[in-house]
Write a protein that binds this ligand. Structure first.
Ligand code: MN
Length: 252
């Protein structure tokens, strides 16, 4: 069996400590190639650069930056930089959680999804901003030692969130919901023109629904959420007769 080929990427940029941590763990499981953005590209989701040229810089053996997005990195790595498709695509370790609906904004999660679309087994890793990478490393090692025991069908990834303190264990979770307070701040610049700042001072407030990712991660478990790219809503799909009555009925 050929050596496992592992692509490591992130959305915080190639020099982020989380990427070094992930590459270090991954190197125990195969040959690691890092292709990551040349700067912080957090919250860029699945953006793809269709109207810009992209450059790859080789900084060392199996270590490259790209001036595009995390998804650009995975796509170019899988289609051009690597001599074959990677077996694993690992994204992170992100500086900060990717819980609840934040998975939609996350470049970390998007890179993992791109890995799954390229046929690899993929996972995203995120750590509490005050979490300890040395502690996270041991738990990521434990996860990667076992994750091939479970099938991972196409269009699916594992989304891991590692807590601030030493984890009590792994917990299989659902995606929570969250809200932001004062998410858009309007300020006035020195010339009197308004400008806007997205993010606010207060972090997200999670619903902490039972069994959710936020509940687990805030309760000091490693939250492991299986995510699916198919966004179809089964509850609305089940209301086919109501749909037909509304849109295809006699009243049309
Ligand atoms: Mn990030």
């Amino acid at each position: 069996m050929p050596e496992r080929l592992i692509l490591v990427t992130n959305d915080d940029g190639l020099w982020a400590p989380g990427l070094a941590c992930l590459a270090q763990v991954a190197s125990r499981f195969g040959r690691v190639v890092a292709v990551a953005p040349d700067r912080n590209r957090s919250a860029i989701s699945s953006a793809l650069s269709l109207h810009d040229i992209l450059r790859i810089s080789e900084l060392g053996p199996d270590r490259h930056t790209c001036d595009g997005t995390p998804v650009d990195c995975v796509l170019i790595a899988c289609r051009s930089v690597l001599e074959r498709k990677p077996d694993w695509v690992l994204s992170g370790v992100n500086h900060g959680f990717n819980l609840g609906e934040d998975v939609f904004y996350s470049g970390t999660v998007a890179a993992a999804f791109e890995g799954s679309l390229q046929g690899a087994r993929a996972a995203a890793f995120s750590l509490h901003p005050k979490g300890d990478l040395a502690v996270a490393e041991a738990w990521i090692h434990r996860f990667l030692s076992s994750w091939e025991q479970l099938p991972l069908p196409p269009q699916r990834i594992w989304n891991l969130n590692l807590p601030k303190r030493e984890p009590k264990g792994f917990r299989l979770t659902t995606q929570d919901t969250r809200s932001y307070h004062d998410v858009v701040e309007k300020r006035i610049d020195p010339r009197g023109t308004p400008y806007y700042w997205i993010g606010g001072d207060v972090g997200p407030i999670y619903a902490k629904s039972p069994g959710s990712d936020a509940e687990a991660a805030l309760d000091d478990f490693v939250s492991v959420t299986p995510l699916h790219l198919d966004l179809t809503a089964p509850d609305l799909l089940a209301r086919r007769s109501d749909f037909d009555a509304a849109f295809n009925g006699d009243g049309m």
